[in-house]
Design a protein around this ligand. Sequence first.
Ligand code: SIN
Ligand code: MN
Length: 290
Amino acid sequence: MKLTTEQKEQFERDGYLFFPGLFTPDETRTLTDAVPELYARQEEYNVREKGTNSVRTNFAAHMYSEPFARLGRHPRMIEPVEDLLGEKLYMHQFKINGKMAFEGDVWQWHQDYGTWKNDDLMPTERAMNIAIFLDEVNEFNGPLMFIPGSHKKGVIDAKYDLTTTSYPLWTVDNKLITQLVNRAGGSRGGIVSPKGPAGSMILFHSCLVHASTSNLSPFNRVAVYLSLCAVSNHIRRHKRPEYIAHRDFTPIECLPDDCLLKDYPVDLPWKDGVPQSAFVTTPEPFKIAA
Ligand code: SIN
Ligand code: MN
């Protein structure tokens, strides 16, 4: 899938592109159907919400689930990002966020690159996020909120928040959020939240400031997030386990466009369990072979 000049300009200006209904209901169903069994697993890669058994985030499903392994090689996601970054990509992070009915907790205001820089020593922001809705996203179930144009601010100083939710995050303070929202149009366009049917896709810049509120509605809001990094921009430290920040920098090769409907063979390296090495972490940067 190629982006038009207009789309590229829009991305440059706003920091995101929204593709409502990009994947058909048949394509999305293969993914949605696989989620309950993945969420039921008692594994470290399933991070639960504070005080409940609901899954907040499932990590690395592309390493052990066929439909998600195919999604991770889908040309409708990979090609536009390759086009924007001008380079082959590897999968830095892969998550299926639950934001389940009544129990899905907030995601505080943050930039993803803040975490990748501070924790993983990713050299620059040449990485991109893709979100794919597996449920309809509406105004009730905690849609993602963006501050348009906030990616232009570059890397913002962030504070490490270990307490608000069950998952630590580098967050941006309220004063700066207020300034950024006002600059982007205040209550008239300073915050946007793309909403649409299951199968919709958002592509967003790794410095775009975003957040989402809790889900008090009876509607789940399951979404897949892929963080795709330019191969030459790979991380330089393994401070986080491998199921959170991947260590295989092999360029992604796309499958055909119908890969969610046909059983193309895919490698599932963690099909029989996550290897012990994936839990080993090192505080020091690793050496890069010359
Ligand atoms: C994220 O920012 O990583 C997740 C936000 C969300 O799922 O609402
Ligand atoms: Mn994020």
